[in-house]
Design a protein around this ligand. Sequence first.
Ligand SMILES: CC(C)(COP(=O)(O)OP(=O)(O)OC[C@H]1O[C@@H](n2cnc3c(N)ncnc32)[C@H](O)[C@@H]1OP(=O)(O)O)[C@@H](O)C(=O)NCCC(=O)NCCS
Length: 166
Amino acid sequence: MELRKINTQDAFAQWEYTTALPAEENGLTNPYNGVSYDEYVEKVLPELISYEHPVNMPEWFVPETYYYLWDDGHLVGEFRIRHYLTQALRTGAGHIGYSILKGVRGKGYGTEGLRLTVMIAKDIIPEDEIYLRVNKDNIASQKVMKKNGARLAGEDETHLFMRIAK
Ligand SMILES: CC(C)(COP(=O)(O)OP(=O)(O)OC[C@H]1O[C@@H](n2cnc3c(N)ncnc32)[C@H](O)[C@@H]1OP(=O)(O)O)[C@@H](O)C(=O)NCCC(=O)NCCS
């Protein structure tokens, strides 16, 4: 299993994943649900790649790198790392967002993918802890976080705020 940074060579597999990912699921948003392959290659992919070193983006935009989890030649999940916290991210979505392909959930990919993502994030983010947010009813994702050493740091009405020490 490996994490590969978003790239142009894997465009087709990345498009298949992106176009099938729901527009919203458990707080994870995807504005590109249903996008055509042509639009993905011409517009969406260059934009997502550029997020690592944003140009002409609003002041509030934090650099974000997309990674894909591959197992035996199959793309099975997506992991996004936001490079540092703003006040909005600190009390909101935190550093990392992820999803696993619907057909292969429950096989350990989420747990292993977050482990690999945290290893990369430790070298990127300046904060002492990796901030994560999860819906209170999202038991699978809470397990993924806990199995990666996350501790409960707080909650609001609908979310748990979890942190993984660097
Ligand atoms: C959350 C998600 C990434 C988990 O990925 P996954 O590959 O299924 O996770 P794992 O296989 O590593 O499973 C982790 C644990 O959750 C459990 N689990 C999986 N699906 C579950 C479900 N629907 N209900 C309860 N537990 C579940 C697994 O059994 C496992 O627990 P165990 O180790 O005690 O057996 C995946 O369900 C997903 O993409 N969900 C939609 C997007 C999302 O919620 N992203 C996270 C936002 S915080």
